[in-house]
Design a protein around this ligand. Structure first.
Ligand code: ATP
Length: 320
């Protein structure tokens, strides 16, 4: 396999001072990334998930060269990130959902002009890329708006365009859909799918939203306590964790728990009931049965969150 991103037994240990008593502090080691090995091929779009504090951001920071590994070997496009950070910067793009890289008080277009100069993008290529990205990400009418006046979804699309102006071969995305509404999420996901298919950009995607992974990634890596716990298709993760979706049902009145095949009631609160059913199964037959046999007023489906899937995965492993 063409290892475009390769990690071989990578470690990152932080030394922190912790309070251990009144006025007493001790140095302690935090092993944020522990013997981590994986390979991502050119053109792959891979989900990188795990609970809070698992080591995802630390990995991304090492992949961009912001942090130097404490041990092991790491390469991106044949480059050692911490040794040649600026050479690597021309080949990678980074988007952090919680932080913008755009200039807050300036119109959006000014951030792009500054990026043009910073990366020394040839004029013709800059104009061509700007045109294409502005079109695909629907930014045309926003170019003269100061970044601080953009909505979260608009700003995120603006950030993604900024990260791609210099044609990076690999894109790291850290929570690109966090806080976005359904329409904005769909736009961002649609664009990323298109980018990966048309340009072959390698994408490493960190998210807490399983639907991001479901809709974009054929492969997912799960990390916890700095170690790789799972590497494979999302379906395999669902099987490993036997994850469930939840149907939230509002009935006309309070009733005893409803009875529907292949779903079970897990909670009842007045006229509202929660039914769990396997994530791999369609909700349609359960909904049809409910509608036919019960006084249904409203319903919605909740996807399992990543923490729940991973927690179940551990529970399964512990007993097997
Ligand atoms: N600069 C630092 N100094 C000391 N400890 C750190 C530092 N950065 C991260 N850590 C610790 O390393 C561990 C991994 O953190 P990291 O930010 O990589 O997790 P994460 O998976 O990105 O979490 P989240 O989903 O919350 O963003 C945590 O225990 C964290 O407290």
């Amino acid at each position: 396999m063409d290892g475009f991103i390769t990690l071989d037994e990578v470690e990152k240990v932080f030394s922190v001072r912790r309070k251990t008593g009144f006025l007493r502090r001790e140095r302690q080691e935090v092993r944020a990334v522990d013997s981590l090995s994986f390979t991502v091929a050119r053109g792959e779009m891979v989900g990188y998930i795990g609970p809070n504090g698992a080591g995802k951001s630390t990995t991304i920071k090492m992949l961009t060269g912001i942090l130097t590994p404490s041990g092991g070997r790491l390469r991106v496009a044949g480059i050692d990130p911490s040794r040649e950070r600026s050479r690597l910067a021309h080949r990678i793009g980074v988007v952090f959902g919680q932080r913008t890289t755009l200039w807050w008080d300036l119109p959006l277009i000014d951030s792009y002009r500054l990026t043009h100069r910073m990366y020394r993008i040839p004029n013709a290529r800059y104009r061509e890329n700007l045109d294409r990205l502005v079109e695909l990400l629907e930014l045309r009418t926003l170019l003269d708006t100061p970044v601080r006046q953009l909505s979260l979804g608009q700003r995120m699309r603006g950030d993604i365009a900024a990260a791609l102006l210099h044609d990076p071969e690999v894109l790291y995305l850290d929570e690109p859909t966090i806080g976005l509404d359904v329409v904005s999420k769909a736009k961002v996901r649609g664009f990323l799918r298109e980018l990966n298919a048309a340009q072959g950009t390698t994408v490493l995607l960190t998210t807490h939203d399983l639907q991001d992974i479901e809709q974009l990634c054929s492969r997912v890596m799960v990390i916890d306590h700095g170690r790789l716990m799972y590497d494979g298709p999302l379906t395999g993760l669902h099987e490993a964790g036997e994850s469930e979706r939840t149907l939230v049902v509002d009935l006309e009145r309070e009733l005893p728990p409803v009875e529907v095949p292949s779903a079970r009631v897990v909670r009842v609160e007045g006229p509202r009931q929660w039914l769990a059913f396997p994530a791999g199964q369609s909700a349609a037959p359960v909904v049809a049965r409910l509608a036919a046999e019960y006084p249904l007023v409203d319903l919605s489906v909740r996807e399992p969150d990543i923490e729940a899937v991973i927690a179940k995965m551990y529970a399964e492993r512990a007993v097997s």
